[in-house]
Design a protein around this ligand. Structure first.
Ligand SMILES: [Zn+2]
Length: 438
């Protein structure tokens, strides 16, 4: 057999991604998902083939995650965690060009649910690690790999479970990479930005309640709970929270200004968002706190004024602006509205500096001369929120070079989710270099 047949990370990454997509790991949020256990076993087999001894942890029936530690050259150095989730959001096959769990490789892309969120990174990690084991290349420091269940429903049965119940797995780990970052945005011929996630918005899901005077629908009533609540909800829905430029967004703007050779004014974000095209949506929502009304409930009969009305609100706050968010929220809602928290998650923010960031820059530039890593804030949340509780500094870095015309943000949880095979190959080359530099 000639050397041209030698298996490499680049030659097998698309197939691994396809195999993972074919395992339907839909997460319905109620534990009924069919495939997390199968995915955990598949991952474990891929790693065991080269002598590793991965462990599978089941937090509840079928809710399985796989973890393995790979010894580094210098064991006195702190470890690096690479984490990815194996679950996906459900997909409705009727809406798709190809079946969402076919993993079809066509038109230069791997198609299917999870292709960018985030079986691409799972596959890249596996392909790179397998290649390093195959060719006997140790990482410079300990690597912990975690392939996790349940991220799409908050991580309770995946990352959160491991952090709370098995923190020893992450002993000595100080830094981590995972989703959602490392993908490219081509500005022009001279600059391609790779957005590294260094911050995440926090979350307050809440229920609003107004108590009023119940009564007959034929009577006058100046204390109707529905009327009161609707006024408050409408005020909130129309309210625009003030522009707040976090240090992450400021650093992003500085880098973008530099790449464009023009000074972007943080106060004039409309112009900046225009320049950003497809990723404007992602950046635009990290400039302010937001609170969107999402559910309403009141009443049970057309001629009865109920004593109570409720609404649900999805609130998201920027790192450093939680107190301001809650105070402003209450002032918009007014004194009649009782606000209860249903679900809370913290905001995250780390600085865009240090040796690990340098390693990202260097690895990217070695594969793409016009690459420039820039920090950005994610409007949602990831498993990083759990790992941060162990003092681990988390970055979203799953390197991927994308064609300029691909609506990458629209791929997440979208119809016809797909990832370019060349993007995956680029990703494994960068990831392999990054591990050597990290
Ligand atoms: Zn994800």
């Amino acid at each position: 057999m000639g050397t041209e047949h030698r298996v490499t990370a680049e030659s097998e990454v698309a197939e691994i991604c396809r195999d993972l997509i074919r395992i339907d790991t839909s997460n319905y949020g109620d534990g009924s998902g069919p495939g997390e256990r199968k995915a955990a076993e598949y991952v474990a087999e891929q790693l065991a083939e080269f002598g590793l001894e991965p462990q599978i942890f089941e937090s509840a029936k079928g809710r399985a995650s796989t973890v393995v530690r790979i010894e580094g050259e210098d064991r006195s150095r702190p470890g690096l965690l690479i984490h990815g989730h194996t679950d996906v959001v459900p997909a409705n096959a009727d809406d798709w060009t190809v079946h969402p769990f076919s993993g079809e490789i066509t038109d230069g892309c791997v198609w299917g649910r999870g292709a960018v969120d985030m079986k691409d990174m799972d596959a890249m990690t596996l392909a790179v690690v397998r290649d390093r084991l195959r060719t006997g290349r140790k990482p410079p420091r300990d690597l912990v790999l975690a392939f996790l269940a349940d991220e799409e429903a908050g991580g309770t049965y995946g990352a959160r479970f491991l952090v709370d119940r098995h923190p020893e797995l992450f002993e000595g780990v100080t830094e981590a990479i995972g989703e959602v970052g490392g993908f490219s945005f081509t500005v022009n011929d001279q600059a391609r930005l790779y957005l590294v996630e260094t911050a995440e918005k926090g979350m307050h899901w809440m229920r609003l309640t107004v108590e009023g005077r119940a009564g007959h629908g034929s009577m006058e009533n100046d204390d109707n709970a529905i009327t009161e609540l609707c006024e408050a909800v409408a005020r909130l829905g129309r309210h625009q929270f003030p522009l707040r430029i976090t240090k992450t967004v400021r650093a992003f703007l500085d880098e973008l200004s530099d790449a464009l050779g023009v000074r972007l004014d943080p106060e004039d974000m409309d112009e900046t968002l225009r320049v950003l095209g497809g990723i404007a949506k992602m950046i635009g929502t990290t400039l302010r706190n937001t609170a969107q009304p999402t559910m309403l409930g009141a009443g049970y009969k057309v001629n009865v004024i109920p004593g109570q009305a409720t609404a649900h609100v999805d609130g998201r706050f920027l790192p450093g602006y939680e107190e301001e968010f809650l105070a402003e929220l209450d002032s918009v809602l007014g004194p009649r509205v009782k606000r209860e928290s249903l679900h809370y998650d913290k905001a995250l923010e780390t600085s865009f500096d240090g040796a690990l960031v340098e390693a990202m820059q260097t690895a990217l530039r070695a594969e793409d001369p016009i690459a420039r890593a820039v920090p950005y804030c994610l409007s949602g949340g990831t498993d990083a929120k759990s790992f941060q509780d162990l003092g681990i500094r988390c970055f979203g870095f799953a390197p991927l070079q994308l064609p300029p015309d691909l609506d990458f943000a629209g791929m997440f949880h979208g119809v016809d989710e797909r990832v370019p095979v060349d993007g995956l190959k680029f990703g494994v080359r960068v990831l392999d270099r990054f591990i050597d530099l990290a």
